[in-house]
Ligand binder design. Sequence first.
Ligand code: AMP
Ligand code: GLY
Length: 430
Amino acid sequence: MNVLVVGAGGREHALCWKLNDSQRVDRVLAAPGNGGTAREAVNWAVPDDDVAGLVALAKAENVGLVVVGPEAPLVLGLADALAREGIPCFGPCAYAAQLEGSKAFAKNVMRASGVPTADFAVFDEPEAARAYIRKKGAPLVVKADGLAAGKGVVVAASVDEALAAVDDMMVARSFGAAGARVVVEEALAGEEASFLAFCDGENFALLPSAQDHKAVFEGDTGPNTGGMGAYSPAPVLPEDRYAETAELVIRPILKHLKAAGHPFKGVLYAGLMFTAKGPMVLEYNVRFGDPECQPLLMRLDSDLVEILLACAEGRLTPELVQVKPETAICVVLAAPGYPGAYPKGMEISGLEALETGADALPGVKVFQAGTRADGGRTLSSGGRVLGVTALGATLAEAKARAYEAVARVHFDGCYFRRDIGDKGIARGKT
Ligand code: AMP
Ligand code: GLY
């Protein structure tokens, strides 16, 4: 069968790479793709938010499964539009995608289904939000309701900071319509982890735990990014806790959405905070995390197409998802200045030279994110440029291997954190 991967990041490169392994796959197509997907698939110049264009492409190319990487097309109804054409889609309908598309929707679903989450209130008027903030006092978290590319969350240490966030989102409209409504919630403290499950509308199959590194600088300081690195498993959520955690944060959501008449098919991603009171949900995403997808797919020991089709067709079983025992880690190489303004068009070297390239190291795969192929060259085209990913018997070994590979890659101004995985390594020692 032909499979179409929608999106253009490191996650989508990893999806194309893994899909290519399947005996069932004839051709992999990517839309719009990047320099990495161009190696594993054929890129089609259809933007990821062009729902009609993507449906037309899937029909014209006889696509038997569409795999949606990012959230935007799901929120726009790509899965619904494909369903009307009878084309199987891995990714939820627009109603269920509101779990990510609207923070107020997600919080209300969590409250209604008994999922542990920070206490919160939703506001459509700045004055009411300000009054609530003054009453509650700091610290507080202010979140733009809609999609804001991971930037619409302010963890405010003071009342003034929270009030400024309200002005920025609701009055100045820094995130456009996404900030017309805000969620103000209690600030939680603890270590974070990502917990993802394949879902077929009713049943789920768990992926192992992972941990992202959202802050741009070492020691989790500086502004938030899309993610500077990730590893799996995350010792903060050990395997013997997966089942009970899923009953707490995955099963109730699937039940709720099925009862609402909009069963969730795709990856449900719970962003968790491990607090003194136990795990609490910070957010849901309705797709694979980027960069969590890269280490998770390095560890996946099953045919990805079989899993995704089983989700789309409502016949998922946990046995379909087999995972290698090794640890995997992904270190993101970013353009200088990211997540602020950054230059593009830098030439990338050291990727796949036969003996000296990063990909030549055993257990290493470089996934490309913000890149484009330019003849024989690979040029940077985004903020997060590469995700150097490695497997190892332990987290420390995977880390050493990943950074050995990082040292082989070069582009001007390349920036990366040197402490990816360190929280997990420290936890493993205690
Ligand atoms: P979100 O997009 O909701 O996951 O928020 C982005 C980041 O903001 C999270 O990964 C946390 O680091 C932080 N965050 C979100 N909600 C809270 C909260 N209630 N308490 C503390 N930190 C939070
Ligand atoms: N890595 C976090 C996310 O994909 O939202």
